[in-house]
Design a binder for this molecule. Sequence first.
Ligand code: EPZ
Length: 417
Amino acid sequence: MEKLIIEGGRPLEGAVHISGAKNAALPILAASILTAETLCVQNVPRLRDVATTCALLTQMGLWVRQPAAGTIELSAHAIANPLAPYDMVKTMRAAILVLGPLVARCGQARVSLPGGCAIGLRPVDLHIKGLQAMGAEIEIEHGYLIARAKRLRGARIVLDLVTVTGTENLMMAATLAEGTTVLENAAREPEVVDLAQCLNAMGARIAGAGSDVITIEGVECLRGARYRVMPDRIETGTFLVAAAMAGGKIKLEGARDDILDAVLEKLRESGASISAANGAITLEASGRPRAVNVRTAPYPAFPTDMQAQFMALNAIADGTALVTETIFENRFMHAQELKRMGADIEVEGNSAIVRGSAHLDGAMVMATDLRASACLVLAGLVARGETVVDRIYHLDRGYEQLESKLSALGARIRRAG
Ligand code: EPZ
């Protein structure tokens, strides 16, 4: 099994380029199902989840090719097999994002029901309920969601809670529905906005993306388009926390500060100085960061996908912090691994009290999910001695070339096994 070996204690210096956003690229690739013409997607990160999505779309009958690094062209002339098989869905929950487009375009879909994952139960009941409100008949048979609809029709859907992929699935489905759909209590994440902009470039009529009320006027069909995926705000945040912990000065090129307010505010509170100009963010830090309380919530509040990284920062910070997770019920798996490195953390329900330690010690640690693995890498960058992070396939799902980018900033990190 591949591992990362990190020798801690070096400041980070220099510049790296931020990749395209995983959580925007995946729904945008799925949107290719909605048109018979070619969708050309640029700035696509080279990630395990992107490869899985392309394999999933290819087995459905889409024509998928990569004319250049970071560019994927997809054409759904004909979709012979509107199926998302168990073997693919079990490795990537985001495969659920083909459900809405398949029902809307093909009138039928067979999608393996995603099971739970390391960070929570993660049901998809709101995806199903929304499609049923648009007239789809949905049954569960042998672990598969079987959905049928002659043509979806517009509906007013009030989401019980804010769901990112739920909003994306229903928004995509509604683009080809008869009439107008209104999604209330919709997710406001920048990735939802990126998807809506791509769909509008394909001829959809979507208004209000980025607010909690999205209106979609259905059209007969969508056309092909060329679309550039936004930069990854979670990758950006991860690098910024790395430098705030290790010290030094880094510049993140191709990053956007306007979609990271809550994260930048917490980094400034921890003592880092941050500036943004010409499509780049620069962070400078020295000495121990100050402890900062964080509470996760839907955008524009503090993102749950940055919670683990800030737990690592607080583990070496000056002071005590309260970290509260309100989105997922089991997203503190990294706390136990940090404690193996000497961190002082007490988990109580959906909160953790983190008492900053002057030092962490390198150790063998195990990644349990994507962001937990990033947290352990950050802890390894500042720990005394060597840290070995096991099961890094989690990391490869969401970070493009993390170790070579960190090496370029002066970190001592290498892959083994
Ligand atoms: C998206 O997951 C992201 N994934 C996650 O990023 C991210 O953590 C999450 O949004 C929250 O920001 C992608 O975009 C591919 P949700 P998603 O539906 O859409 C409950 C990463 O690290 N819920 O917004 O699956 C759910 O259980 C990943 O990159 C229902 O109850 O998350 C959770 O408690 C991890 N019923 C809450 O809503 C539903 O039908 C929010 O989940 C749907 C969701």
